[in-house]
Design a protein around this ligand. Structure first.
Ligand code: ADP
Length: 629
């Protein structure tokens, strides 16, 4: 029979599985059971509206069979099954395996990480098997197929007859276990108590019975020390979904295991919440925050949403309407009796119950985040490190509509002990005479700290927020104020730190040097609005500030986006000089117009460099320096 090659990416994954150093080989079982359960879910869902299925809930089963002589584990389900084409499509390729490609291209991480990131799925069977055979017949079709593979070399597909005594349609998977070696004991998976334990541990909540023949020793009648082996078919799982169980009966481990299995994360979540809501709307929910942002989180590919169940039946894998974008990192599920089973996606969007549930969930997430911020600060900072940027985007989205809800969740770096602070912490530390919340934006804390404009503010004893990512400043612009205090960039031209006298003295000095400044401004050819004196500078001779809403940092961010040349924005800049700096004394002593112009260009470029902005003509700048030297 013809052997077909696996699609290249599948082959890579398979290879990784087989040679994996992955320690949790036992998870193959939960993966296969989970697939079986999904397949039954599909058929069960159909049976609710389609009488031709002819099965009731209690007719569905997942069956495990162990055979020590053959060294096989067989997993049979009477779910929806697969056609020949589907076998080929689902098991011969990893469709949509963008994640694998990403991983392979970037050579990231270890096997463990790679495997964990996208759900090992069916291929995990190859971690323990030397050969895997899948028999399947899709519900409603006449022909069954047999798929077989021994690993990376490829697979074969052929038609086959009846494949099981237990069911006519559905799927039967036969694993031929690898031989035991010095390091690995595969035979343990042939022990019924071991399998029973694994099912309890990973698959207890599966809503359909997982059955297996268990042998027990039974005292032979009339004897005191002779036993018979009695074999009975037992259901190994409790079938109560985790979210329907009483919280008191569950351990953090239960919640973590469930999360890791269901959402394919190799790390436990940073936080979880079990909600039983009763009243106007009743629903159960399990909400999780992953400990790390998925690699595709900040891309378009990432899909937000919670699983949606009604009465324990999965009706939607990712219900996006249950989560606002700014909480898109939350994983989990919602189960409500109040939703109709036959509701279509379009209808669902307008469903009043669903809206109420979404609102209630949003509140829960918000309150729990605030609680974490107050009581478990370190954890919260870790969370914020992973997902805080998304919340900051949330402040900016929908014209700032959500800012009231989100502002208390924000953290920013701050000059106060170089820590992350909340806005409330900042404001509560403000000295009485301080009117505004100061921030400085740049690409790194080190670069921001070196900005000449921060000196005067810090010298006053005021705290400065370090805005290290572009969205920080946009979030501040959207917030406008926090507790009635306006946000103010330390690079704003109208930064007002002076007393009346200081202002007057500065104004006079500016007036005295009016013609010098005009010459300089002309020399800069429209690049700055004006040249003026500043009291904000201490050790530096010069800096750039901006008038109006747009700062230099924002200009940088906005123009870095793919916008056409004509819609590039430009901050309205002011070149400020330090009147107490020797350079200024030098300037005022200059008579030669041409020299003044050259100095102007030099100082302007110097100020740009301090802002980490590119200078337009580095060659000219360099030759100007040489000339002066
Ligand atoms: P995933 O389950 O994450 O989609 P898998 O590699 O585990 O990935 O499975 C690939 C696909 O093969 C499944 O999505 C499903 O369509 C199909 N499949 C696997 N096992 C079964 C089964 N027991 N019954 C029906 N279809 C199955």
């Amino acid at each position: 029979m013809e052997t077909k090659a696996f699609q290249a990416e599948s082959k890579k994954l398979l290879d990784m599985m087989i040679h994996s150093i992955y320690t949790h080989k036992e998870i193959f079982l939960r993966e296969l059971i989970s697939n079986a359960s999904d397949a039954i879910d599909k058929l069960y869902f159909r049976s609710l509206t389609d009488d031709s299925v002819g099965l009731n809930k209690e007719d569905f089963f997942i069956r495990l069979d162990l055979n020590k002589t053959e060294r096989t584990i067989t997993i049979t389900d009477n779910g929806i099954g697969m056609t020949g084409e589907e076998l080929e499509q689902h098991l011969g390729t990893i469709a949509d395996s963008g994640s694998l490609k990403f991983k392979a291209d970037n050579q990231l991480g270890e096997d463990q990480q790679i495997i964990g990131q996208f759900g090992v799925g069916f291929y995990s069977a190859f971690m323990v098997s030397k050969r895997v055979t899948v028999y399947s017949r899709a519900f409603g079709t006449e022909q069954a197929h047999k798929w077989q593979s021994e690993g990376v070399e490829g697979y074969s597909i052929e038609e086959t007859g009846d494949f099981s005594d237990l069911t006519k349609f559905g799927t039967k998977i036969v694993l031929e276990l690898m031989d035991d070696s010095e390091d690995e004991n595969y035979s343990e998976f042939l022990e019924d108590y071991r399998i029973q334990h694994l099912v309890k541990r990973y698959s207890d909540y599966i809503r359909f019975p997982i059955q297996m023949e268990m042998s027990h020793r039974k005292l032979r009648e009339g004897t005191t020390d002779e036993y018979d082996l009695e074999v009975t078919l037992e259901t190994l799982n409790s079938q109560v979904p985790l979210w329907r169980k009483n919280q008191n009966e569950l351990t953090p481990d239960d919640y973590h295991n469930f999360y890791q299995e269901k959402f394919n994360d190799y790390m436990p979540p940073i936080a979880y919440k079990h909600v039983h809501n009763e009243g106007a709307i009743s629903y159960d929910a399990l909400l999780y925050i992953p400990s790390k942002a998925p690699f595709d989180y900040y891309t378009r590919e990432y899909e937000k949403g919670l699983q949606l169940y009604t009465n324990g039946v999965l009706i939607m894998e990712k219900c996006a309407d249950l989560l606002p974008d700014y909480y898109s990192f939350v994983k989990g599920l919602v189960d409500s009796e109040d939703l109709s089973l036959n509701i279509s996606r379009e209808m669902l969007q307008h469903d009043r119950q669903l809206k109420l549930i979404a609102r209630s969930i949003e509140k829960t997430i918000h309150n729990d985040l605030i609680k974490m911020q107050k009581n478990e600060r370190e954890k919260y900072e870790k969370f914020f490190d992973a997902f805080g940027t998304q919340i900051k985007y949330g402040v900016c989205s929908d014209y700032g509509m959500h800012k009231e809800d989100l502002q208390d969740l924000l953290l920013f770096w701050s000059s106060h002990e170089d820590k992350l602070v909340t806005l409330d912490e900042y404001v509560s530390r403000m000295p009485e005479e301080q009117k505004e919340i100061y921030y400085a934006a740049g690409s790194s804390i080190a670069q921001i700290k070196a900005l000449p404009q921060t000196e005067a503010v810090l010298a006053k004893g005021y705290e400065i927020l370090w805005f290290t990512i572009p969205v920080d400043e946009f979030a501040a612009k959207n917030l406008m104020t926090f507790k009635d205090k306006a946000f103010k960039s330390v690079t704003a031209a109208d930064l007002d730190l002076n007393t009346e006298e200081e202002k007057k003295a500065l104004d006079e000095k500016t007036e005295e040097n009016k013609s010098l400044f005009e010459t300089m401004q002309k020399a800069l050819n429209g690049k700055v609005q004006r040249v003026t004196l500043s009291s904000r500078l201490k050790s530096h001779p010069v800096c750039l500030t901006s008038e109006g809403d747009l700062t230099l940092e924002m200009e940088k961010t906005l123009n870095a986006m793919p916008t056409p040349e004509e819609s590039k924005v430009q901050a309205r800049l002011v070149l400020e000089l330090n009147p107490d700096h020797p350079v200024f004394a030098k300037l005022t002593a200059l008579e030669d117009q041409e020299k003044i112009e050259k100095y102007a260009k030099l100082l302007y470029n110097q100020a740009l460099l301090m802002e980490n902005m590119p200078i337009a003509d580095p060659a000219e700048f360099s030759s100007l320096i040489c000339e002066l030297m």
